[in-house]
Structure formats: C-alpha cells, structure tokens
Design a protein around this ligand. Structure first.
Ligand code: SF4
Length: 310
C-alpha cells in the first residue's frame, strides 16, 4: 500500500501534482481556522523523524518512474518542514527525477537556517501570508507560541535573499477576519519585504477547521485584489475561488487506499470521487468503503467527504 506518495492530483497552482506526504495527521506549528485537515492535534515547532526517509524513497522510486506529473510536491497532513528527513528526500528528488520540485509550507520554519538550506534546492516554495500584524496572525493562523509575526516574515525575507527559485504566497481570505482593506494593506507591506513571484488570493472552498469560517463575497474579493495591486504588480496576483478541476490518478489495484491517501490531504466532493470511480471503471461499492473512513460534511452547499482517520 502506498502510504506517502499519492496522485498526481489536479492542483489549482501546480497542474498535475505528484504529492509526497511527509507528516502524519495533524502535526503543525499553526492551527489555522480555515484548515481543511481540521484542528491541529499536535501543535509542535521542533523537527521530528516521523518516518524513515528510506521508506518514502522506495515509494518515490516507483511513482516517479510510472506516473505522469508536472510537479513533485512535498506536503503534509500538517506542516512538511517539521519532518526531519525532508532534506534527504529533496536531495533524492533532485538527483533522481527531472520534474520541478515544490513544497506547500506555511513558511514559519524558514527562520531556521537549516530549513532555508534544504528548501533552496526547490523550484517553487509556496508560503502563506494571511495576516499583516501579530493580532490577526494569532486570530487566523493560531501559531505555536514560539512563532511571532515579525520573525515569521523575517524568515521568508531571509530565504528570498538566498533563493533563486520562485516564492509563491497564498492569502486565505476569511469573512470578518482578514477581508478588509486595512489588513490587505498591512499584508501588502509584508509582501513588499520578501517580493513573492506570485500571490494567490484564495477563499476557503473545502470544509474548514472552524465551522463559522466563511469566504468573502466576490465583490469584496475583487476590491481587495485592487487594493493589493498597489503593493504587488497585478500580473502577479491570481484569484482562486473555485475547487480544482481535472483528473485524480489512483492505483487501480488498490483504489480504496489510493483514494484515502488523497483524502488524508484534502477533502473531496462526492462528485469528484464518483468521477474517479467511473473513469477507472471501478465498482460503485468503493464509495461505501470510502465512507467507512470518512465523514460527510456540507460546506457552501457542496457535499464533501472528509478523512476521519478511522
Ligand atoms: S492550513 Fe496548513 S499551516 Fe494551517 S493548520 Fe492546516 S496544515 Fe497547518
């Protein structure tokens, strides 16, 4: 059974993304109110060797030879830079396959020089900047107590100085929390410090950790994009307020575990799962098996299956 390498899955930013999940549910140094993985069960800020890197490399050896993908993407059921074996995996990927390498991180560990060295081998480092000051940072990201807003931005700024690849940042906008002009101006100031190559303005499209989290309206979103364009060239700003479209790759010999390894990372709509089943000519009873390890959640009028860890 493939435990760590999944997909490729369609990504709104990375095309067909072959994912490498390096952190178990849910170890993170943030506890974001909008997190699609639910509340953080283990708020930690020190690195751990969650798995032997050799086990993940074994999976990578097969997947990178047999699957068609655009990016190899490091990710976690939490924060991937908390995995002590990450540097070894990045080195392996750099030397043994030729597709670009990306990581989806919140960016808080970039304050550590060792993490900056590891991540400088990548092509794309996607960080998050959802707040422009300490107060909103604590409200929306609820970081580990060791992490302050200033040190967070300083880490990304220092990384910018040594990194020749692309830094993309994501701003997740939550109604009533950070969807106002003042906050976007403060975020714009923070972005001016580390000059991201792209900025994705996102809204929660999957069930969030806190049920009261709502996306802003599209009018508000468009206005905030205009405000942000005073700080970042508008050709670098992308608005993403839709669910991914495209094909999810699964292993037909092990469809249930294959789908569950995707669901561990992101809730899927029931339509997306049905589509995978139909395209692969699989039996619809698979949906029942998937339901045993997931729960159904309705968000924004759409039904999702969310991994429940059973
Ligand atoms: S959204 Fe990312 S950074 Fe935030 S709590 Fe979830 S896994 Fe951690």
């Amino acid at each position: 059974m493939a435990n760590h390498v999944f997909g490729p899955v369609p990504s709104r930013r990375l095309g067909r993304s072959l994912g490498v999940n390096v952190v178990p549910l849910k170890y993170c140094n943030f506890n974001c109110i909008y997190c699609q993985l639910g509340r953080t069960r283990h708020v930690i800020n020190n690195l751990r060797m969650f798995y032997p890197p050799e086990d993940i490399i074994k999976e990578l050896e097969i997947a990178t030879r047999t699957r068609n993908y655009d990016y190899l993407t490091f990710i976690g059921d939490g924060e991937p830079t908390l995995y002590a074996g990450l540097g070894k995996l990045i080195q392996w990927a750099r030397n043994n396959q030729d597709k670009p390498l990306a990581i989806l991180t919140n960016g808080a560990k970039l304050i550590d020089e060792g993490i900056r060295t590891w991540l400088s081998e990548l092509d794309v480092v996607k960080v998050s900047t959802d707040a422009g000051n300490e107060k909103t940072f604590r409200l929306i990201n609820r970081p580990h107590r060791e992490i302050t807003f200033d040190r967070f931005v300083e880490g990304i700024e220092r990384f910018r100085e040594v990194f020749s690849g692309q830094i993309w940042t994501e701003i997740m906008l939550v109604q009533g929390v950070n969807d106002n002009e003042d906050e976007i101006e403060r975020i714009g100031d923070a972005l001016s410090r580390y000059r991201p190559d792209r900025v994705y303005m996102m809204v929660p499209t999957r069930p969030p950790a806190e049920s009261w989290v709502k996306p802003p309206t599209s009018d508000v979103l468009m206005n905030l994009a205009r405000v942000l364009s005073r700080y970042v060239n508008s050709s670098r700003i992308f608005i993403i307020d839709y669910i991914e479209r495209g094909e999810f790759h699964i292993d037909r010999d092990d469809p249930v575990n294959s789908l569950l390894s995707i669901l561990k990372i992101q809730p899927m709509t029931i339509d997306q799962i049905m589509d995978v089943i139909k395209r692969n000519n699989l039996d619809m009873s698979i949906l029942d098996e998937i339901r045993n390890s997931t729960k159904e959640v309705v968000f924004n009028g759409i039904k999702y299956l969310v991994y429940s860890g059973v």
